[in-house]
Every structure is written in C-alpha cells, then in structure tokens.
Design a protein around this ligand. Sequence first.
Ligand code: SF4
Ligand code: SF4
Length: 374
Amino acid sequence: MKFNLLRRNKLRAGRLLREARMFARAMKSPAHPILAQIVPTRRCNLSCSYCNEYDDSSAPVETSEMLQRIDTLAALGTTIITASGGEPLLHPDLEKIIHRIRSHGIIATVITNGYPLTLKRIRSLNRAGLDYLQISIDNLNPDGSSKKSLNVLDPKLRLLAENADFQVTINAVMGNGIGNPGDALSVARRAHELGFTATVGILHDHDGQLQPLDEERKGIYEEILRMGSPIFSFAQYGRFQKNLVQGLPNRWHCRAGCRYLYICEDGLVHRCSQQRGIPGVALGSYSREDLDRESHAVKPCSEFCTVSCVHQTAMLDSFRENPGAVLAQIMDSRKELDPDFEPSRLVKLLARLFLTGRNRKLFSRIALRILKIS
Ligand code: SF4
Ligand code: SF4
C-alpha cells in the first residue's frame, strides 16, 4: 500500500515536470504545436446523435504509420499528443502509440467513451506510460442521444480510481438538447468523490459553433466550476466560456493549424475536428511555412467557436504575451464565482518571482535552464 502510494507520487511528480516543460516551451516560442490530436481509428462502438467524428466500419490505422506520425509531430516540436477518434481504445496497438509518444518526452493523453476499459487494459495503459485520460459523460442513464452515461460507466470509473497510474478527468457535457440539466452536476460530484478532476464542456454543433445554454444550465455550469475546477477551467471560463454560455461572441485570434493540429485517420492536418479539409495538407510535408501561415490566418468561425482544446492553447499564448493581465483576469473570474477565493501561497509566490519581482528575468532564465528549454 505504502509502496503503491510512493510510486503514484513519483509518477505525479514526473507528470508535473513534463507539464512545466510544456508550459515553459509555450512561453519561449510562439511557433511550435503545443497540442496535436491524432485519430488512430475513426470507428466507434457508440453512435451519439450529436457526433460527426465517427463511423462504425473503419479499420484501425496501421501501427507503423501511426508511429511515423508521432515521430513527425515530435520533429515539429509538439508538446502534447492526444489520441481521440472514433474510439481510440479500439486500436489494438494504442499502447505502442502511447509508448512512442512518451519516448519523445511528449505528454500522452487519451479521450475515450470509457466502454472498452477493463482492469487488464488499465494496467497496460499504465505500463505504456499514459499521462492523462479523459472520459466525457453526457447523462445519468442512456437515452436517444447518448449512451455515455454515469450509471453505466460507474464500475469502470471505480476500476480507474483503484488502478490507474495516470490522471483521470471526467468531462460533464452540457447542451440544451441532451440529458437533464442536473445530470452534469451529478457527474461532476461523482468525479470529485472518486478523486478525479472534473471539467464541464459545452456541446457544439457540426461546425464547432455555439449552442448557448438556457438559464438553468448556465447556473449548473457555474456551480460545477465552483466545485474546485482546475485553474485552466477558470482561465477558459473568464476568457471564453463566460461569453459562450450567454450566446455572446469572443474576439480572439485562433491559431489552429499551428499551436493546435488535428491529424485525421488519413494523416492529413486540419485546423480542428470541426473545420476538416482546411488546410488538408499531409502531415509528412507539413512545414514551418504551413505553421506560420495558419498562425496568422484569420478564422471566420472564431467568434462562436467552442473547441476548448484550441481555446486552451490560445490561453497559453495570451499568457506569453501579457502574463500579468491574464493572471489578474483568471483571479477576477474565480472571485466572481466565489468571493471567498484566495490564490494559494504557491501561486502568489510564483507570480511574485516571475511576473512582478525585480529579478523576474533572472528567475525565468534559471527556470528555463532547469527545465532544459534553453
Ligand atoms: S463516443 Fe465519442 S466518438 Fe463515439 S459517437 Fe459518441 S461522441 Fe462520437
Ligand atoms: S475558430 Fe479555430 S478551433 Fe474554432 S472552429 Fe474555427 S478553426 Fe476550429
């Protein structure tokens, strides 16, 4: 028991170090992909009515091809790779893909509907070195739109709580068309109970665009955030979601195609899952020029975009450009939802060292050295 705890703490410390490296690299350079999403198979075992990202027949992508794609993403300087789908756990060699991601020092994450998880699979994901696993849960019980249901998946969640070495995030999905409004709250509560991270996402339409939430769902959305969401969820809330849940546009510059890449099963690079076909260039020939062009391109779909992974990379870029203002904005959003909120001593210390202190340039240089970034 004690040995197990020590081992998990050691793994957590390693993850934190890799995250710190990812963050430091994003702060140092505006030109490499922070996050790439890969599709090892388009096939899914479920058929959620709102989803346009799956079929029920595609074969898994050849493992050698997937490994080659990972190597190419590493050469482009990618810092996080997420396997999604379809259902990525239907790929028979997903563990080999994860292992290759980790061999490049890249953070490995998987987004799954949870159904294929067994004790054996969780242990093999542990051995492969998976860092993060995310399960989206839409409702308490299966209905006509989704079978990603808490009451069906709960035994899998318990297995994860007892056996996973990787960090688990449960994403409660909210949308006017799906589930009962209170379901998301029950999902988030159960996630906290099991020691997982809980996030909340807003359902988008087939173009990645917004479906504003009704008043009841808006209240529940804020309650989930108050339950102790990670700082990044608050950052997103302040910068993006606060407007989106009210049906208001966001003014921001989307750098999808540079800071975020979506690689489909055919090995083509797209701006995101909702804008497939643009630019639609083969990953093997994706160049610095492509990254640069996409970084500067104005995306007409940006105002009502709900693609949260791209929002997250944009948050990092905002922080790089204006750290003091972004930190203040995060704290303000958090206080708006919870007036008693006080940032931790660690956050205060880091802000003093790196943002406001007289020797902040020196501290930043030392940190980059320690993290082997400069
Ligand atoms: S489980 Fe995920 S990929 Fe499969 S149909 Fe549902 S939303 Fe789409
Ligand atoms: S704004 Fe960017 S992330 Fe959002 S839908 Fe358009 S291209 Fe995709």
